[in-house]
Design a protein around this ligand. Structure first.
Ligand code: A2H
Length: 255
């Protein structure tokens, strides 16, 4: 990892419905009416309109931590991220991050969560992504297939092999809406995926695809969706982040 800290925006995705397996594992570890949030870390807040699902690593370990006893708020993420957050004043008491229960990513698949700003406002599903790195961000990745080549490739794999992954096809197949216009069109990730002839979520060409997508959107992109439609991405990025922060649907996290 580099020497300069990476600053992420962490989204609060409220759990609307647990998978059967998660229900069993959680048992009575949480109080009644607990609000549990999946907490993905993102570098692209301006794309949040296009969230279609949220990824966990099926073999990655997660836990639920108490973020506010008064408000009965809980965060679901990696222990590593919770520890870092406890030293960034994200938990109420410095250095303290009370753990309620441990879960495996595969336990969580199929749960339904609210995706702030997403056009899919009746919730999106928790789905497996095998390339999630347990030691980066929170270990949770919200999925924006219009603009992230990794997300686009994973969604294609999931739809193709839904049965193998133990998911319903329609969980992975939600509509992909255009958010950013660039010289490559209005679905940057799809355009690059096709141009580089990528054929799976494990294709090594995704490293290059990611770089091209990021630069194309950031330097040549204009918003064509949402409150900041018409503004360049370079400007909209901070504006959307501020909107999410001010409304309490996100917080900053550095590592
Ligand atoms: B980004 P950096 Cl639209 N494992 O958010 C794998 N990937 C992870 C991760 C983990 N543990 N934690 C975060 N990420 C992803 C949106 C997005 C992202 C778009 C386009 C590109 C993009 C929606 N997914 O990232 O290595 C998250 O996905 C391309 C780099 O710290 C996060 O931002 O630079 C980004 O990678 C952080 O990657």
């Amino acid at each position: 990892e580099g020497v300069t800290p990476q600053e992420y925006l962490c989204l609060k995705m409220r759990t609307l419905e647990w998978s059967e397996r998660a229900k069993q594992v959680i048992g009575d570890a949480l109080p009644a009416n607990a609000k549990v949030y999946f907490v993905p870390a993102t570098l692209r807040p301006e794309t949040m309109y296009g969230q279609t699902c949220c990824f966990v690593g099926p073999k990655v370990k997660y836990s639920i931590f108490e973020a506010s006893a008064d408000r009965k708020e809980y965060f679901l993420l990696s222990s590593r991220a919770a520890r870092n957050m406890a030293y960034q004043s994200i938990f109420p008491e410095w250095g303290v991050y009370p753990k309620m229960v441990d879960l495996l990513g595969s336990d969580l698949v199929g749960s339904l969560v609210d995706a702030p700003l997403s056009v899919h406002n009746d919730g999106v599903r928790i789905l497996p992504m095998e390339t999630v790195k347990p030691t980066k961000g929170t270990g949770i990745v919200t999925c924006v297939p219009s603009n992230s080549p990794d997300d686009y490739a994973t969604v294609l794999d999931l739809v193709k092999k839904a049965e193998y992954y133990g998911i319903k096809e329609e969980w992975a197949e939600k509509e992909i809406i255009p958010i950013i216009q660039t010289p490559m069109g209005n679905l940057t990730a799809k355009a690059i995926y096709e141009k580089l002839k990528i054929n799976s979520s494990k294709d090594p060409k995704l490293t290059e695809a990611k770089e091209i997508a990021y630069k194309t959107d950031f330097y040549q992109g204009t918003m064509i969706y949402g409150l900041f439609s018409g503004k360049p991405v370079q400007e909209a990025k901070a504006l959307v982040a501020k909107q999410l922060l001010d409304s309490g649907r996100a917080f900053k996290y550095a590592e």
